[in-house]
Design a protein around this ligand. Structure first.
Ligand SMILES: *[C@@H]1O[C@H](CO)[C@@H](O)[C@H](O)[C@H]1NC(C)=O
Ligand SMILES: *[C@@H]1O[C@H](CO)[C@@H](O)[C@H](O)[C@H]1NC(C)=O
Ligand SMILES: *[C@@H]1O[C@H](CO)[C@@H](O)[C@H](O)[C@H]1NC(C)=O
Length: 290
């Protein structure tokens, strides 16, 4: 057993990519790690020891915020230059007004709005709004003029609002607008708007489920369904069932290895039989990269 582990250690060193290439994980090393400081992630799950790179979230760090740092933002009007539309995509989610990182601020108007142009269409469903308490009572979110979400509650919403659109909307312009046309002295103070997109081959509200679509297509963010069927070797509604080995929660699968590498794996599997779990098998396969 000790011998086998040492050999695996050597293989791991040889197989480790240089940081400049970006570390990979998951099935066939087809997913990119998004760890803070470009660190290596868990080779099976994509998890990062020290958290995700800025702009990425979810347990596997595969949920990207496509709004972060955008230059293509505008708002109905600007009260003071430094309270302009970029404040909502500057990466500071603090909802208390601070001098260094203020929120956006429109002037007093019954029709206040803030719009971002994402520069291309995305399949959108989940976003999060951070706003200053007391300034977002009654607002709606439209994606390319289609209603995603509406807050009509007469009370103030929490300062951090996770939003799920009623359905997945394909679009590139997200418009957050005040709907309190009754109130002349109304303005919005958005501190940050995060708009989430799953990296290719992942889906779910946290982007930690894995789909395997043909042609590397993106799958539906909720169901994992592929537009043109599954990649060869995969089946199921979300294309996450390996035809040979069953459901692979992290998108990995075994391949039939050859020669010594496969022999080492066989020995390990025998040793671990009494405690063999799917996870152990998957870890070994992934480390051996077979
Ligand atoms: C794994 O990735 C390589 C290179 O990206 C590709 O050529 C190969 O077809 C992939 N294998 C499978 C089983 O998808
Ligand atoms: C408004 O929101 C508050 C807090 O989220 C909730 O307790 C209340 O029931 C809501 N009222 C209506 C009319 O939906
Ligand atoms: C944003 O939505 C509001 C309300 O529907 C609308 O009045 C405004 O024109 C929209 N802004 C843009 C730039 O589309």
């Amino acid at each position: 057993m000790a011998t086998a582990i040492i050999e695996i250690g050597v293989l791991l060193v040889v197989a480790a990519p240089t940081p400049s290439e970006g570390f990979k994980f998951g099935f066939n090393n087809s997913y990119t790690c998004h760890c803070k400081n470009d660190e290596k992630c868990d080779i099976v799950t994509g998890r990062c020891d020290n958290g995700c790179l800025k702009g990425w979230g979810g347990p596997s760090c595969q949920q990207g915020n496509v709004a972060l740092g955008s230059e293509e933002v505008s708002q109905s009007d600007i009260l003071i230059d430094s309270y302009g539309p970029k404040q909502a995509v500057d990466g500071y989610t603090d909802t208390a007004w601070t001098f260094n990182h203020p929120c956006i601020h429109t002037s007093f108007s019954p029709w206040a709005w803030w719009v971002i142009d994402l520069q291309r269409t995305f399949s959108l469903r989940f976003l999060k709004i951070f706003h200053q308490a007391g300034y977002a009572q009654g607002f709606s979110v439209h994606i390319d003029n289609e209603l995603c979400f509406k807050h009509t509650n007469v009370s103030n919403p929490p300062t951090e609002i996770p939003i799920e659109c009623g359905r997945t909307i394909t679009g590139r312009h997200v418009n957050i607008s005040s709907i309190r046309s009754d109130d002349f002295f109304h303005y919005i103070r958005l501190c940050e708007v995060e708009i989430y997109v799953c990296s290719r081959g992942t889906f779910g509200s946290d982007c930690n489920k894995f789909c395997h679509c043909s042609n590397g297509d993106e799958c539906d963010v909720i169901t994992g369904q592929c537009p043109n069927g599954c990649q060869k070797g995969w089946k199921g509604a979300s294309c996450n069932t390996d035809i040979a080995f069953g459901i692979r929660p992290h998108g990995n699968r075994h391949h039939r290895g050859k020669g010594n590498m496969f022999a080492i794996l066989q020995i390990q599997l025998l040793i671990y039989t009494h405690m063999a779990t799917d996870i152990i098998e998957e870890n070994m396969c992934a480390r051996l990269q077979i």
